[in-house]
Design a protein around this ligand. Structure first.
Ligand code: SF4
Length: 196
């Protein structure tokens, strides 16, 4: 399970338990800025998985991966996904190319890991967030499943978002205040100023 953060992981783990599935967390989020925030989200997620008795895997922080992905976003706009090489059929024209490229970068790495390590399914905690474009994400996952043959575990995990975040707050689990990249920090600040 590609894991973006602990609170969203709670949504998906709760659903996977209902389906009698064992989950392994895969933390690959080189979009997160700055490094201390990345380390904080990773450590919080790692501790949560440990408390649930679940395996947790993380990759090295490589912000250059994210910047490179953004530079490759032009081919996607021409109708071909830079990572999977498939047409991003589920991506709505309203989704910023930056975000669809970011989602695909992270999920594609997770699918690749699942494929090379004998996992039955993949999914992503991003599907548990009402702040992401669920339809676009689902389309990216379906495309990756088709192109790799790794099965996609899908549910609308957003139905458990509120409950999961209440659990996170009760347990004192850190909930981040912005999506992740440097652009989302700027956007948050701009939104704050507009509200004043
Ligand atoms: S806003 Fe979020 S999804 Fe979009 S590029 Fe930044 S980190 Fe990725």
């Amino acid at each position: 399970m590609h894991t973006c953060c602990a609170p969203c992981a709670i949504c998906v783990i709760n659903e996977a338990k209902k389906d009698d599935l064992s989950v392994t967390g895969f933390f690959y989020n080189s979009n997160i800025h700055p490094r201390p925030e990345y380390l904080k989200r990773m450590e919080v997620a790692r501790k949560y998985f440990k408390s649930e008795g679940l395996e947790f895997i993380f990759l090295t922080y490589e912000p250059a991966d994210f910047m490179e992905t953004l530079q490759m976003e032009t081919p996607r706009r021409n109708g071909v996904s830079p990572k999977s090489g498939v047409s991003p059929s589920g991506v709505s024209p309203s989704v910023p190319p930056r975000c669809s490229a970011c989602w695909e970068m992270r999920v594609a790495k997770s699918v690749d890991f699942a494929q090379n390590n004998g996992f039955d399914f993949f999914t992503t905690t991003l599907l548990g967030s009402p702040y992401q474009d669920h339809g676009a994400l689902r389309g990216i996952c379906e495309d990756l499943s088709r192109s790799t043959g790794v099965r996609f575990y899908y549910k609308d995990f957003r139905t458990g978002f509120r409950r999961a975040h209440n659990i996170a707050r009760e347990k004192g689990i850190y909930c981040q205040k912005y999506c992740g990249c440097v652009f989302s920090i700027v956007e948050r600040e701009e939104a704050r100023k507009r509200k004043k």
